[in-house]
Design a protein around this ligand. Sequence first.
Ligand code: ADP
Length: 261
Amino acid sequence: MSTAIERATRPAAGEPLIRLRGVTKMYGSGQAALMALRGVDIDINAGEFVAIMGPSGSGKSTAMNIIGCLDTPTAGEYLFQGMHVEQLSRDQRALLRRRYLGFVFQGFNLLARTSAQENVELPLLYRGESAAARHALASRALASVGLAGWEHHTPAELSGGQQQRVAIARAIVTEPAVLLADEPTGNLDTQRSREIMELLSRLNIDHGITVLMVTHEHDMAMYAKRLVHFVDGMLDSDVGNPHPLGPDFLAALPPAATGGP
Ligand code: ADP
C-alpha cells in the first residue's frame, strides 16, 4: 500500500479527490460519549475551492482533521484518490499527508528564531531532499507568495500577513494536491485577510491546488467556489458560489477602496 501511495498520480481537474461516506466520529465512551460527526457524505473534486462554515462545535475541525489524515473516523469511509484512508496504518497516513497535503493554520505555526527560508525548507528536509534542492524550491515558493528578498527574516521580523505567507509557502513547497486551511485569516486584519484570500485563490486558479478552508468569516468564504455548512456534526447545506471573488478583486477596485485595512 505504501508504494501505491508513493506511485499514485495527481488527479486532473474535476476528477474525484476526496470522498467521505457515512463518516461518524465519537469522542469518549459511555455516558460521556460525544458524537462530533453524525454521518457525513461529501465529494470534493480536484481543483475545487471549498469554504467550510458553521457554528462553533459543529464538527468542522473534526472533519478537517479526518480529511487531513490527522485523525480517523469511528465509522464510515474516507477515500482519497480512490484509496481507503480509513484502512491505512498510521505510517501510511503520514506518508499520504507528506505526499499530498499542505496545512495552513490560524496561528501560522512557524518555528521562531528560524528564518523564513529554513521554515519553508523543513517539509523538504523530512522528504529527504538535498540541500541544493531544498534551497531552490523554498526560494521559489517564497517568491510565489511575494516574499522574495525576505528569506532571511525570522517570524518576529515579519508582519502577521507575511508570516501567513511564509506558512503558505511552507504548505505548497511540496506541491500538494490539497491545501487544508483552518481559519487562515483568523489572526489578520481585513486588508491582510483579503491578500491571503487572493493568494489562496491564485494558488487554486493558477496552480490547480484544491483548497479546503474552514472559516467563520462570510467575506472570506466568498472567495471559495463552493460553500459547505456544518450544523450538529452534519452537512446542513452545500451550495456553489456563483460569483467567487478572485485574485484580481482588489486590483479591480478604485484605489481609495484598497487603501486602508
Ligand atoms: P468546530 O470545529 O466546528 O468548532 P469541532 O470539530 O472542534 O467543531 O468539535 C465538534 C464537537 O466535538 C464539539 O462538541 C467538541 O467539543 C468535540 N470535540 C472535538 N475534539 C474533541 C476531543 N479531542 N475530545 C472530545 N471532544 C472533542
